[in-house]
Design a protein around this ligand. Sequence first.
Ligand SMILES: [Zn+2]
Ligand SMILES: [Zn+2]
Length: 295
Amino acid sequence: MNAMKKLVFTLFQPATLALIVLFWATVPASWLDKTWVITAISVGTLAMVQALEFVNERHAGWRLDLREFLTDLFYVILYFAAISKIETKLAEEPLASAKQALGISTEWAMHLPFIAQVFLALFVMELGQYWLHRLMHNSFLWWTHAPHHHITQLNAAKGLVGNPLELFLVSLSVIALFDLPLNAIFCAYNLTGAIAAFAHANVRFYTPRWYAYLFTTVEPHSLHHTVGFAETRCNYANAMILIDRMFGTFRAGEAEVVGQDERRRLRISQQFMFPLRPLLAMIKGNRGTSASASG
Ligand SMILES: [Zn+2]
Ligand SMILES: [Zn+2]
């Protein structure tokens, strides 16, 4: 391995996060109401990480083919064109109004240094995401989350592949209840997006140990995607693996073979319909009994 390449794949993850922080720390105020800026950074980061898969591949079995690419592209468009917009209308705006009405104030957060504001936003968003994700692995909500676990390979945009209801649910956050500058919140959004892309990418990074202690990387997240349902109950954090360490759900290791249900790959229509499966099975079961009763 050439030393330069090794260095690039060692520093890539922390350097990207540092650039995102630097960008939002110095962004002109007039850019803060342009929502395309945050989307452009998210999609740009995704495209860059996707390109890295062809420079330093992790597993040949995870190599992107046309079918996988088109599926991932579909979900990237779905997320940024629809789900994130619905999220703003149905969750963030009502929450911001509730904050006003109830007089909730975290004025102190407005006086923190920028980097502390970003960490606060990241931590609040991640804490909610962690518990919801953990609940999904331990309740009927699994029916919404299972399609994400039916993916049979990992790639940069796979964090956005799943049932739309689940994508909506895991993006919910109480961050709108906090007084924080917009640039800190946008920065935290872009950081979670970048980290989730790294954690799903078919890229061999040589991650610094401190980074892997704090942030989710592909090793623990691939273990979360391992075959067998019971084995997936670890490493829930989307971006801050530190939270799994705090709550005792961290497991070291990695997996190359990923998927569920004998690694059957779902089509987009099956991913959309998946949460209806228990209901359909019930209807089918009833019809089966009534048919046999009458016949
Ligand atoms: Zn999961
Ligand atoms: Zn995942």
